[in-house]
Design a protein around this ligand. Structure first.
Ligand code: AHM
Ligand code: MG
Length: 392
Protein backbone atom coordinates (compact mmCIF):
# COMPACT_ATOMS: atom_id res chain seq x y z
CA UNK A 1 0.00 0.00 0.00
CA UNK A 2 2.80 2.34 1.09
CA UNK A 3 4.70 1.52 -2.13
CA UNK A 4 1.58 2.30 -4.20
CA UNK A 5 1.23 5.67 -2.46
CA UNK A 6 4.85 6.61 -3.15
CA UNK A 7 4.46 5.55 -6.77
CA UNK A 8 1.39 7.76 -7.05
CA UNK A 9 3.21 10.81 -5.56
CA UNK A 10 6.07 10.08 -7.92
CA UNK A 11 3.81 10.19 -10.99
CA UNK A 12 2.18 13.42 -9.80
CA UNK A 13 5.65 14.99 -9.44
CA UNK A 14 6.61 13.71 -12.87
CA UNK A 15 3.40 15.17 -14.34
CA UNK A 16 4.03 18.55 -12.67
CA UNK A 17 7.64 18.60 -13.87
CA UNK A 18 6.46 17.86 -17.38
CA UNK A 19 3.65 20.44 -17.30
CA UNK A 20 5.88 23.23 -15.93
CA UNK A 21 8.59 22.35 -18.42
CA UNK A 22 6.09 22.29 -21.28
CA UNK A 23 4.43 25.56 -20.31
CA UNK A 24 7.84 27.25 -19.94
CA UNK A 25 8.79 25.96 -23.41
CA UNK A 26 5.52 27.21 -24.91
CA UNK A 27 5.87 30.59 -23.20
CA UNK A 28 9.46 30.91 -24.38
CA UNK A 29 8.40 30.07 -27.92
CA UNK A 30 5.62 32.66 -27.76
CA UNK A 31 8.08 35.22 -26.50
CA UNK A 32 6.93 35.68 -22.91
CA UNK A 33 8.25 34.16 -19.73
CA UNK A 34 6.46 32.67 -16.73
CA UNK A 35 8.48 34.56 -14.13
CA UNK A 36 9.44 38.23 -13.85
CA UNK A 37 12.21 38.97 -16.30
CA UNK A 38 15.39 40.73 -15.33
CA UNK A 39 15.07 44.45 -15.96
CA UNK A 40 16.10 45.68 -19.38
CA UNK A 41 18.31 48.72 -19.58
CA UNK A 42 18.79 51.12 -22.43
CA UNK A 43 20.29 54.54 -23.06
CA UNK A 44 18.09 57.63 -23.19
CA UNK A 45 18.85 60.55 -25.51
CA UNK A 46 21.15 62.06 -22.87
CA UNK A 47 23.23 58.91 -22.96
CA UNK A 48 22.09 57.84 -19.46
CA UNK A 49 21.29 54.21 -18.71
CA UNK A 50 17.61 53.89 -17.87
CA UNK A 51 15.16 51.12 -17.12
CA UNK A 52 13.39 50.28 -20.36
CA UNK A 53 10.83 47.88 -18.89
CA UNK A 54 7.40 49.03 -20.13
CA UNK A 55 5.68 51.20 -17.53
CA UNK A 56 2.44 50.08 -15.93
CA UNK A 57 -0.32 52.60 -16.69
CA UNK A 58 -0.73 54.87 -13.67
CA UNK A 59 -4.10 54.00 -12.19
CA UNK A 60 -5.80 56.91 -10.51
CA UNK A 61 -8.93 56.17 -8.56
CA UNK A 62 -11.91 58.53 -8.57
CA UNK A 63 -11.27 59.41 -4.91
CA UNK A 64 -7.62 60.28 -5.62
CA UNK A 65 -8.67 62.32 -8.65
CA UNK A 66 -11.28 64.31 -6.74
CA UNK A 67 -8.90 64.88 -3.80
CA UNK A 68 -6.22 66.17 -6.16
CA UNK A 69 -8.77 68.45 -7.84
CA UNK A 70 -9.82 69.69 -4.41
CA UNK A 71 -6.23 70.55 -3.50
CA UNK A 72 -6.15 72.95 -6.46
CA UNK A 73 -9.05 74.95 -4.98
CA UNK A 74 -7.93 77.16 -2.08
CA UNK A 75 -10.06 76.75 1.08
CA UNK A 76 -12.01 73.80 -0.35
CA UNK A 77 -13.67 72.07 2.58
CA UNK A 78 -13.81 68.54 1.20
CA UNK A 79 -17.61 68.58 1.44
CA UNK A 80 -18.04 68.11 -2.26
CA UNK A 81 -15.54 65.23 -2.30
CA UNK A 82 -17.48 63.52 0.47
CA UNK A 83 -20.79 64.07 -1.36
CA UNK A 84 -19.43 62.35 -4.45
CA UNK A 85 -18.25 59.38 -2.46
CA UNK A 86 -21.82 58.84 -1.20
CA UNK A 87 -23.12 59.04 -4.75
CA UNK A 88 -20.50 56.58 -5.96
CA UNK A 89 -21.27 54.15 -3.15
CA UNK A 90 -24.94 54.00 -4.21
CA UNK A 91 -23.91 53.71 -7.88
CA UNK A 92 -21.83 50.64 -7.05
CA UNK A 93 -24.79 49.03 -5.26
CA UNK A 94 -27.10 49.76 -8.20
CA UNK A 95 -24.44 48.55 -10.66
CA UNK A 96 -24.16 45.30 -8.71
CA UNK A 97 -27.94 44.70 -8.88
CA UNK A 98 -28.07 45.59 -12.58
CA UNK A 99 -25.29 43.05 -13.26
CA UNK A 100 -27.19 40.17 -11.68
CA UNK A 101 -30.71 41.32 -12.57
CA UNK A 102 -31.48 38.31 -14.77
CA UNK A 103 -30.65 35.95 -11.92
CA UNK A 104 -33.05 37.38 -9.39
CA UNK A 105 -36.81 36.85 -9.32
CA UNK A 106 -37.75 40.07 -7.68
CA UNK A 107 -35.74 42.66 -9.57
CA UNK A 108 -36.88 42.59 -13.21
CA UNK A 109 -40.32 43.62 -14.42
CA UNK A 110 -42.80 46.34 -13.59
CA UNK A 111 -44.25 47.27 -10.23
CA UNK A 112 -47.91 48.14 -9.82
CA UNK A 113 -46.93 51.77 -9.21
CA UNK A 114 -46.66 54.71 -11.56
CA UNK A 115 -44.40 57.68 -11.01
CA UNK A 116 -45.37 61.34 -10.94
CA UNK A 117 -45.43 61.43 -14.73
CA UNK A 118 -47.86 58.53 -14.93
CA UNK A 119 -45.14 56.15 -16.17
CA UNK A 120 -45.00 52.58 -14.91
CA UNK A 121 -42.20 52.13 -12.40
CA UNK A 122 -39.96 49.15 -12.92
CA UNK A 123 -38.71 47.23 -9.88
CA UNK A 124 -35.15 48.23 -10.67
CA UNK A 125 -36.25 51.90 -10.99
CA UNK A 126 -37.52 51.74 -7.42
CA UNK A 127 -34.48 49.84 -6.21
CA UNK A 128 -32.13 52.45 -7.68
CA UNK A 129 -34.23 55.31 -6.34
CA UNK A 130 -34.06 53.85 -2.82
CA UNK A 131 -30.33 53.17 -3.04
CA UNK A 132 -29.50 56.76 -4.06
CA UNK A 133 -31.97 58.33 -1.63
CA UNK A 134 -30.81 56.32 1.34
CA UNK A 135 -27.18 57.12 0.69
CA UNK A 136 -27.62 60.78 -0.25
CA UNK A 137 -30.26 62.31 1.96
CA UNK A 138 -28.37 61.55 5.20
CA UNK A 139 -24.87 62.21 3.87
CA UNK A 140 -24.71 65.65 5.49
CA UNK A 141 -23.74 67.55 2.33
CA UNK A 142 -27.14 68.11 0.70
CA UNK A 143 -29.86 70.51 1.75
CA UNK A 144 -32.48 68.99 -0.55
CA UNK A 145 -32.78 66.25 -3.17
CA UNK A 146 -35.05 65.69 -6.19
CA UNK A 147 -35.62 62.46 -8.08
CA UNK A 148 -37.48 61.54 -11.25
CA UNK A 149 -39.40 59.05 -9.14
CA UNK A 150 -40.76 61.61 -6.62
CA UNK A 151 -43.28 64.32 -7.34
CA UNK A 152 -42.05 66.65 -4.59
CA UNK A 153 -38.63 67.51 -3.24
CA UNK A 154 -37.03 65.00 -0.87
CA UNK A 155 -36.14 66.81 2.35
CA UNK A 156 -33.22 65.92 4.60
CA UNK A 157 -34.63 63.84 7.48
CA UNK A 158 -34.78 65.46 10.94
CA UNK A 159 -31.63 65.21 12.95
CA UNK A 160 -29.25 64.98 9.98
CA UNK A 161 -26.81 67.72 8.99
CA UNK A 162 -27.97 70.10 6.28
CA UNK A 163 -25.28 70.78 3.70
CA UNK A 164 -24.75 73.40 1.03
CA UNK A 165 -25.48 71.40 -2.13
CA UNK A 166 -28.62 70.28 -3.96
CA UNK A 167 -28.86 67.23 -6.14
CA UNK A 168 -31.37 66.26 -8.84
CA UNK A 169 -31.17 62.71 -10.06
CA UNK A 170 -32.66 60.30 -12.54
CA UNK A 171 -31.80 57.12 -10.63
CA UNK A 172 -32.28 54.76 -13.57
CA UNK A 173 -32.62 56.26 -17.01
CA UNK A 174 -33.75 54.16 -19.96
CA UNK A 175 -36.41 52.20 -18.04
CA UNK A 176 -37.79 50.62 -21.19
CA UNK A 177 -34.45 48.80 -21.60
CA UNK A 178 -34.17 47.37 -18.09
CA UNK A 179 -35.72 43.99 -18.81
CA UNK A 180 -33.82 43.38 -22.01
CA UNK A 181 -30.22 43.66 -20.82
CA UNK A 182 -29.60 46.86 -22.75
CA UNK A 183 -27.45 49.67 -21.29
CA UNK A 184 -29.14 51.93 -18.77
CA UNK A 185 -27.78 54.72 -16.61
CA UNK A 186 -28.03 57.21 -13.77
CA UNK A 187 -27.90 60.97 -14.40
CA UNK A 188 -27.14 63.56 -11.71
CA UNK A 189 -26.88 67.30 -11.38
CA UNK A 190 -25.38 69.19 -8.42
CA UNK A 191 -25.86 72.88 -7.61
CA UNK A 192 -24.77 74.93 -4.65
CA UNK A 193 -27.81 76.15 -2.69
CA UNK A 194 -28.80 79.81 -3.10
CA UNK A 195 -27.62 80.73 0.43
CA UNK A 196 -24.55 78.52 0.90
CA UNK A 197 -24.18 79.33 4.61
CA UNK A 198 -27.78 78.64 5.52
CA UNK A 199 -28.48 75.71 7.82
CA UNK A 200 -32.21 75.75 7.01
CA UNK A 201 -33.71 72.91 4.95
CA UNK A 202 -33.32 73.48 1.20
CA UNK A 203 -36.33 74.34 -0.96
CA UNK A 204 -37.51 73.75 -4.51
CA UNK A 205 -36.08 77.16 -5.38
CA UNK A 206 -32.61 75.93 -4.47
CA UNK A 207 -33.04 73.17 -7.05
CA UNK A 208 -34.55 75.26 -9.85
CA UNK A 209 -31.36 76.91 -11.03
CA UNK A 210 -29.95 77.35 -14.51
CA UNK A 211 -27.86 74.51 -15.91
CA UNK A 212 -24.71 76.58 -16.37
CA UNK A 213 -24.63 77.11 -12.59
CA UNK A 214 -24.18 73.39 -11.96
CA UNK A 215 -21.17 72.62 -9.73
CA UNK A 216 -20.96 69.11 -11.06
CA UNK A 217 -22.92 66.97 -13.48
CA UNK A 218 -22.49 63.50 -14.78
CA UNK A 219 -23.82 60.07 -15.42
CA UNK A 220 -23.12 56.45 -14.70
CA UNK A 221 -23.59 54.00 -17.54
CA UNK A 222 -24.29 50.39 -16.71
CA UNK A 223 -23.05 48.92 -19.97
CA UNK A 224 -20.53 46.27 -20.96
CA UNK A 225 -18.58 47.91 -18.16
CA UNK A 226 -19.80 50.39 -15.56
CA UNK A 227 -18.51 53.89 -16.19
CA UNK A 228 -18.85 57.20 -14.44
CA UNK A 229 -18.46 60.32 -16.54
CA UNK A 230 -18.40 63.66 -14.77
CA UNK A 231 -17.45 67.28 -14.98
CA UNK A 232 -16.88 69.83 -12.26
CA UNK A 233 -16.47 72.58 -14.85
CA UNK A 234 -12.89 71.82 -15.83
CA UNK A 235 -13.38 69.37 -18.68
CA UNK A 236 -14.81 65.88 -18.60
CA UNK A 237 -13.30 62.76 -17.06
CA UNK A 238 -14.40 59.16 -17.40
CA UNK A 239 -13.82 56.44 -14.80
CA UNK A 240 -14.37 52.73 -15.31
CA UNK A 241 -15.37 50.51 -12.43
CA UNK A 242 -12.74 47.84 -11.84
CA UNK A 243 -14.83 45.10 -10.25
CA UNK A 244 -11.76 43.37 -8.83
CA UNK A 245 -10.94 46.33 -6.58
CA UNK A 246 -14.42 47.85 -6.45
CA UNK A 247 -13.08 51.26 -7.47
CA UNK A 248 -13.77 53.62 -10.35
CA UNK A 249 -10.40 54.20 -12.06
CA UNK A 250 -9.58 57.05 -14.39
CA UNK A 251 -9.79 55.45 -17.83
CA UNK A 252 -10.80 58.41 -20.02
CA UNK A 253 -8.98 61.60 -18.95
CA UNK A 254 -9.98 64.89 -20.57
CA UNK A 255 -12.72 63.55 -22.82
CA UNK A 256 -13.42 65.57 -25.94
CA UNK A 257 -16.41 65.10 -28.19
CA UNK A 258 -15.35 64.96 -31.86
CA UNK A 259 -16.22 68.26 -33.57
CA UNK A 260 -18.40 66.43 -36.05
CA UNK A 261 -19.64 62.87 -36.39
CA UNK A 262 -21.53 60.51 -38.65
CA UNK A 263 -24.09 59.19 -36.21
CA UNK A 264 -27.61 60.49 -35.65
CA UNK A 265 -29.83 59.13 -32.92
CA UNK A 266 -33.53 59.82 -32.68
CA UNK A 267 -36.70 57.79 -32.30
CA UNK A 268 -37.47 58.05 -35.99
CA UNK A 269 -40.69 56.14 -35.53
CA UNK A 270 -42.08 59.50 -34.42
CA UNK A 271 -40.81 61.36 -37.51
CA UNK A 272 -44.28 61.92 -39.03
CA UNK A 273 -45.25 63.78 -35.85
CA UNK A 274 -42.23 66.11 -35.85
CA UNK A 275 -42.26 69.73 -37.00
CA UNK A 276 -41.48 70.40 -40.71
CA UNK A 277 -38.11 71.91 -39.71
CA UNK A 278 -36.97 68.83 -37.79
CA UNK A 279 -38.17 66.64 -40.65
CA UNK A 280 -36.28 68.78 -43.15
CA UNK A 281 -33.09 68.48 -41.09
CA UNK A 282 -33.45 64.69 -40.98
CA UNK A 283 -33.98 64.60 -44.75
CA UNK A 284 -30.83 66.64 -45.24
CA UNK A 285 -28.55 64.43 -43.11
CA UNK A 286 -29.85 61.30 -44.84
CA UNK A 287 -29.65 62.76 -48.31
CA UNK A 288 -27.32 61.24 -50.90
CA UNK A 289 -27.67 64.17 -53.28
CA UNK A 290 -24.46 65.03 -55.10
CA UNK A 291 -22.83 61.76 -53.98
CA UNK A 292 -23.04 62.73 -50.30
CA UNK A 293 -22.76 59.98 -47.68
CA UNK A 294 -25.82 59.78 -45.45
CA UNK A 295 -25.35 59.68 -41.68
CA UNK A 296 -25.67 56.41 -39.81
CA UNK A 297 -28.65 55.82 -37.50
CA UNK A 298 -28.00 54.46 -33.99
CA UNK A 299 -30.75 54.64 -31.38
CA UNK A 300 -30.74 52.73 -28.13
CA UNK A 301 -33.56 54.48 -26.29
CA UNK A 302 -31.44 55.13 -23.17
CA UNK A 303 -30.28 58.74 -23.21
CA UNK A 304 -27.15 57.88 -21.24
CA UNK A 305 -26.09 55.19 -23.70
CA UNK A 306 -26.99 57.18 -26.83
CA UNK A 307 -25.17 60.22 -25.48
CA UNK A 308 -22.12 58.25 -24.31
CA UNK A 309 -21.64 56.70 -27.75
CA UNK A 310 -21.90 60.09 -29.42
CA UNK A 311 -19.51 61.62 -26.88
CA UNK A 312 -16.88 59.08 -27.87
CA UNK A 313 -17.60 58.79 -31.59
CA UNK A 314 -19.19 62.10 -32.50
CA UNK A 315 -22.73 62.64 -33.72
CA UNK A 316 -26.06 64.15 -32.79
CA UNK A 317 -28.96 63.03 -30.56
CA UNK A 318 -32.42 64.51 -31.06
CA UNK A 319 -35.53 64.27 -28.92
CA UNK A 320 -37.82 66.91 -30.43
CA UNK A 321 -41.44 67.57 -29.47
CA UNK A 322 -44.03 65.65 -31.44
CA UNK A 323 -47.76 65.61 -31.93
CA UNK A 324 -48.06 61.87 -31.34
CA UNK A 325 -49.45 62.26 -27.88
CA UNK A 326 -50.66 65.21 -25.87
CA UNK A 327 -48.40 63.92 -23.08
CA UNK A 328 -45.21 65.53 -24.36
CA UNK A 329 -46.04 68.83 -26.08
CA UNK A 330 -42.58 70.15 -25.09
CA UNK A 331 -40.54 67.01 -25.66
CA UNK A 332 -40.14 64.02 -23.39
CA UNK A 333 -36.89 64.56 -21.53
CA UNK A 334 -36.72 66.33 -18.21
CA UNK A 335 -34.74 69.57 -18.05
CA UNK A 336 -33.43 69.42 -14.49
CA UNK A 337 -32.06 65.90 -14.22
CA UNK A 338 -31.71 64.69 -17.82
CA UNK A 339 -31.13 67.50 -20.33
CA UNK A 340 -29.18 69.98 -18.17
CA UNK A 341 -26.56 67.58 -16.79
CA UNK A 342 -26.03 66.03 -20.23
CA UNK A 343 -25.76 69.53 -21.75
CA UNK A 344 -23.13 70.43 -19.13
CA UNK A 345 -21.05 67.37 -20.03
CA UNK A 346 -21.52 68.05 -23.76
CA UNK A 347 -20.33 71.65 -23.50
CA UNK A 348 -17.43 70.76 -21.23
CA UNK A 349 -16.36 68.20 -23.86
CA UNK A 350 -16.60 70.76 -26.67
CA UNK A 351 -20.10 69.86 -27.89
CA UNK A 352 -23.40 71.75 -27.81
CA UNK A 353 -26.93 71.29 -26.51
CA UNK A 354 -30.00 73.28 -27.57
CA UNK A 355 -33.78 73.03 -27.76
CA UNK A 356 -35.65 72.71 -31.07
CA UNK A 357 -36.05 76.48 -30.92
CA UNK A 358 -32.29 76.92 -30.70
CA UNK A 359 -32.13 78.01 -27.05
CA UNK A 360 -29.00 76.92 -25.16
CA UNK A 361 -30.14 74.26 -22.68
CA UNK A 362 -27.80 75.56 -19.96
CA UNK A 363 -29.46 79.01 -20.10
CA UNK A 364 -32.93 77.69 -19.24
CA UNK A 365 -34.31 78.11 -15.74
CA UNK A 366 -36.55 75.17 -14.84
CA UNK A 367 -39.94 76.36 -13.63
CA UNK A 368 -40.75 73.06 -11.95
CA UNK A 369 -38.92 69.92 -10.93
CA UNK A 370 -40.24 67.69 -13.71
CA UNK A 371 -40.39 70.23 -16.53
CA UNK A 372 -39.79 68.68 -19.93
CA UNK A 373 -37.76 70.04 -22.79
CA UNK A 374 -36.77 69.20 -26.32
CA UNK A 375 -33.11 68.24 -26.64
CA UNK A 376 -30.71 68.40 -29.55
CA UNK A 377 -27.25 67.52 -28.27
CA UNK A 378 -23.95 66.40 -29.70
CA UNK A 379 -20.92 67.41 -31.74
CA UNK A 380 -20.55 71.14 -32.27
CA UNK A 381 -20.71 71.10 -36.06
CA UNK A 382 -23.73 68.79 -36.12
CA UNK A 383 -25.72 70.93 -33.70
CA UNK A 384 -24.70 74.04 -35.63
CA UNK A 385 -26.04 72.44 -38.80
CA UNK A 386 -29.30 71.67 -37.01
CA UNK A 387 -29.53 75.34 -35.96
CA UNK A 388 -29.58 76.43 -39.62
CA UNK A 389 -33.01 74.74 -39.83
CA UNK A 390 -34.46 76.56 -36.82
CA UNK A 391 -36.91 79.29 -37.98
CA UNK A 392 -35.54 82.76 -37.16
P1 AHM B 1 -37.07 57.31 -18.59
O1 AHM B 1 -36.37 58.30 -17.70
O2 AHM B 1 -38.46 57.02 -18.13
O3 AHM B 1 -36.25 56.09 -18.79
O4 AHM B 1 -37.28 58.04 -20.01
C1 AHM B 1 -36.23 58.68 -20.61
C2 AHM B 1 -35.75 57.89 -21.78
C3 AHM B 1 -34.41 58.36 -22.28
O5 AHM B 1 -33.38 57.62 -21.69
C4 AHM B 1 -34.48 58.06 -23.75
O6 AHM B 1 -33.67 58.95 -24.49
C5 AHM B 1 -35.93 58.26 -24.07
O7 AHM B 1 -36.64 58.08 -22.86
C6 AHM B 1 -36.43 57.24 -25.06
O8 AHM B 1 -37.74 57.53 -25.33
P2 AHM B 1 -38.55 56.79 -26.50
O9 AHM B 1 -38.80 55.42 -25.99
O10 AHM B 1 -39.77 57.60 -26.66
O11 AHM B 1 -37.69 56.79 -27.71
MG1 MG C 1 -34.88 59.22 -17.41
Amino acid sequence: MEGEGLKCIGSVMEFLRFSIGASTRIQKEKGFAPYPQPQKWSKNNLGETVNATPKQKKLISLSQFILEEQLKIPHASGEFTALLSHLVYAAKIVGREVRKAGLLDDILGATEDTNVQGETQMKLDQYADNAFNQSLKICGHLCVLASEEHEAIIPIPNGYTIGKYTMAIDPLDGSSNIDTNVSIGTIFSIHQRLEPNSKEPGTEKDLLQKGHLQRCAGYIIYGSSTMLVLSTGKGVSGFTLDPSVGEFLLSHPDMKMPESGDIYSANEGNASYWSPEVQAYLQKIKSIEGGKKPKTARYIGSLVADFHRNLLKGGIFLYPNDTKSSKYPNGKLRLLYEAAPMAYIAEQAGGMAVTVKGERILDLTPKELHERTTLIIGSKKEVEEFLTFVPK
